[in-house]
Every structure is written in C-alpha cells, then in structure tokens.
Design a protein around this ligand. Structure first.
Ligand SMILES: Nc1nc2c(ncn2[C@@H]2O[C@H](COP(=O)(O)OP(=O)(O)OP(=O)(O)O)[C@@H](O)[C@H]2O)c(=O)[nH]1
Ligand SMILES: [Mg+2]
Length: 351
C-alpha cells in the first residue's frame, strides 16, 4: 500500500503543478523580468526620493570644482570628510576614496569631472560587491509557495513594505498571501488586512491569540494545501535588536516556517529605517546573526539626508540592498539598482 499511496501522492502533486503552470500569467521568469523592468521606469521616483541625500552630497561638487592634481592627497582627504558627513561611515568612506585613489593612480583621471566619474564608479563597486540585488529568492519547486519573512525594529516600515511588495508581486501576476505574524500590536492584523485588500492578496486564516511561530507555520501549511499561492509574505512584530528574548522568538518564527517547508523562508528581508543613518548598522548586524538576513530594504529615504548609510551597510555586512522605500504609496518601493541610485545622488548635468 505504501507504493500506491506514494504514486497517488505523486499524481496529485503533478496535477497541482500543471494547474499552477497554466494559471493566469504567473511564472518565475516573468516575475524576475517585471522586477527588473520596473527599475528602469522608476528612475524619477528614486531621484525625487533621494533629494535630501543629494543635497547633502552636493558638497562633493564643491570639492571637485577646486580639484587640482597637484593637491591630490589633500583633495582626497576632503572628499573623505564630505562622505563622512553624509553618513558613509569611516570604513565605507575610506573604501570609496581608496577606489578613487586607485583610479587616479592608474592615470584615469585628469579633471574634476573624471574624478567625479571615478567616485561614482567606486561607490557602485562597493554597492554591488554583495551580489545581485535584483535577484529575489524564489522557490522553484512547482506547487510550493515562496516564503518571504520581513523583520526589523519597531516602526521601520515593515507592514507598509509588505503592502508595497504585495502590489509589486501582484503586478507580475503572482497570487500573494499575507500573514499577520505581528501578534503583539493590537491593530497590526487590521493594518495588514487593509493592504491585502488594496493589493488583491489573501490573508492567511490566523487564529487569534496564537504565538507568531504558530501563525506562520499554519499560514505556510495553508498556502501549501491551497496550491494556488505563489508568494507568502509574513509580517512580524517590531523588536529591538538588543532584546534577546524577542530575538529568540524571531528565530523560533523562522524555524516554524522551515519546519513546514524546509526550503523556506526563501528570503529574510530586514527593513531598515533610512532616517536612522549609521545607527542601522548595529541593528543589521544583530538581526543578521540571529536569522540570516538575505536582503535589506531601506525605507523612508524620501524623508532623510542620510541615505549615504546604504553604502556602509552593504560594505560592512555584505548583504545586498534589494529595495528602497521612497514614500508612503504602494508605488514607492523601488528595486535597488546601484548605478541608478548613484546617478540619482550625483546627477550628470555638468559632465
Ligand atoms: N515617507 C515614508 N514613510 C514610510 C515609508 N515606509 C513606511 N513609512 C511610514 O512609516 C510608518 C510606520 O510604518 P509601518 O509599516 O507601520 O512600520 P512597522 O515596521 O510595521 O511598525 P511596527 O509594526 O509597529 O513595528 C507609517 O506611517 C508608514 O506610512 C517610506 O518609504 N517613506
Ligand atoms: Mg508592522
């Protein structure tokens, strides 16, 4: 009887895979390509969203306007100071200026304009060293959902970002399930349900007053049983990284998900509030040690001049920034493209 039950299970799984493969519009390749294309379209949003950081970095232009090869060392020092003042952090500022120095020494720079290009290339180099930011971890097993777990400190923008992600995935034809894994704050599930409604996602059936690990386990179980859910987006309560009890709870949530679906979660996205500048480094380090962060989402760039901190996070942690939040609407989540981002910070007008 074992072989009969195995073969009937296989048949059921095949039928479900076929159903999924032919379901309206969604496939992984298409999702990947939609995520890429969006980047090109939304240059303007990123440009507007980074205006304050750009203003802060405009001091770089003053340094470069006075650039003279004779004062090379002094000018580089001044450049480093300016980057430090824009939340680059000591290590990243040094790394970036070292990149500029190397280019100058290779004879690639003569004018201030050349140095500006070298500076941009050097920043892009740091931002891309952590891997392909635009590759979203997805479950490639037919019939199984991809699970994305979103974590971070209080009020950083997790729930809003889940809403924006849901919108983005829905645009590529994916069926999204949202999971109210924040069982701590009373209104959290309602806030998430509003986003689900707005973006055409389903909410998982979460029994009230259960622990977050149980909520997530049941949601993944439900998504697997339904067979029509492509992406599961799990919300979590905000928690301070120095609260070890709550960090342990988060590890438990992740383990509960893996218990039901061993390949999951396929992404653990850490939401960092862009307005906190370099303070986000410590948070990122602790969250990464606890749950293995696969990507960073930097929110509220539109309200801060401290966007330079992105460079430090990628440099120190080697985790790619996958998205940036540049406003409160559902369109205000942008795939992170290093070249586009650096172009927004240092627009080309006078070159
Ligand atoms: N300007 C701006 N505001 C944002 C952005 N992302 C989120 N917010 C706002 O930040 C506030 C907090 O967002 P939430 O999504 O509730 O944050 P959270 O991390 O889920 O908060 P907790 O669940 O309490 O930990 C809300 O007012 C959001 O509208 C962004 O990219 N730009
Ligand atoms: Mg929340």
């Amino acid at each position: 009887t074992t072989s009969t039950s195995t073969s009937s299970r296989t048949a059921r799984r095949d039928a479900r895979s076929r159903r999924i493969a032919t379901r309206a519009g969604f496939d992984l390749g298409k999702l990947a390509s939609v995520l890429r294309k969006k980047t090109a379209m939304d240059v303007e949003r990123v440009f507007n969203g980074t205006s304050k950081t750009r203003e802060r970095l405009s001091a770089v232009n003053d340094v470069l306007a006075l650039w003279r090869m004779e004062d090379f060392d002094d000018a580089l020092e001044e450049l480093e100071e300016t980057l430090l003042g824009a939340d680059f952090g000591p290590k990243a500022a040094t790394r970036v200026t070292d990149g500029v120095r190397a280019r100058v020494e290779r004879g690639e720079c003569e004018t201030g304009g050349d140095v500006r290009r070298a500076l941009k290339a050097s920043i892009v180099e740091v931002l891309t060293k952590a891997g392909d930011a635009m590759k979203i971890g997805l479950n490639e097993t037919a019939g199984e959902p991809s699970v994305v777990l979103v974590v971070g400190v209080n009020g950083g923008g997790k729930t809003t970002t889940l809403g924006k992600l849901s919108h983005r995935f829905a645009e590529s034809g994916a069926k999204v399930m949202m999971v109210p894994g924040d069982t701590f704050r009373a209104a959290a599930a309602e806030q998430l349900a509003t986003w689900a409604e707005r973006t055409g996602a389903v909410m998982s059936d979460s029994p009230p007053n259960t622990k977050p690990g149980a909520v997530c386990y049941k949601a993944v179980d439900e998504a697997c049983a339904r067979g029509d859910v492509d992406i599961v987006l799990a919300d979590t309560s905000g928690r301070l990284h120095n609260n070890s009890q709550l960090m342990d709870e988060l590890v438990g949530v992740k383990n509960s998900i893996s218990k039901r679906l061993p390949s999951a979660p396929h992404e653990v996205l850490l939401v960092l509030d862009g307005t906190t500048g370099l303070n986000m480094l410590n948070q990122a380090r602790v969250f990464n040690e606890a749950v293995g962060v696969t990507g960073i989402i930097l929110t509220k760039l539109d309200g801060t001049s401290r966007g330079g901190a992105v460079v430090s996070v990628v440099d120190e942690l080697g985790i790619p920034v996958k998205f940036v939040g540049v406003g409160e609407s559902m369109q205000d989540l942008q795939s992170f493209d290093a070249v586009g981002f650096v172009d927004a910070l240092f627009p080309d007008e006078e070159e």
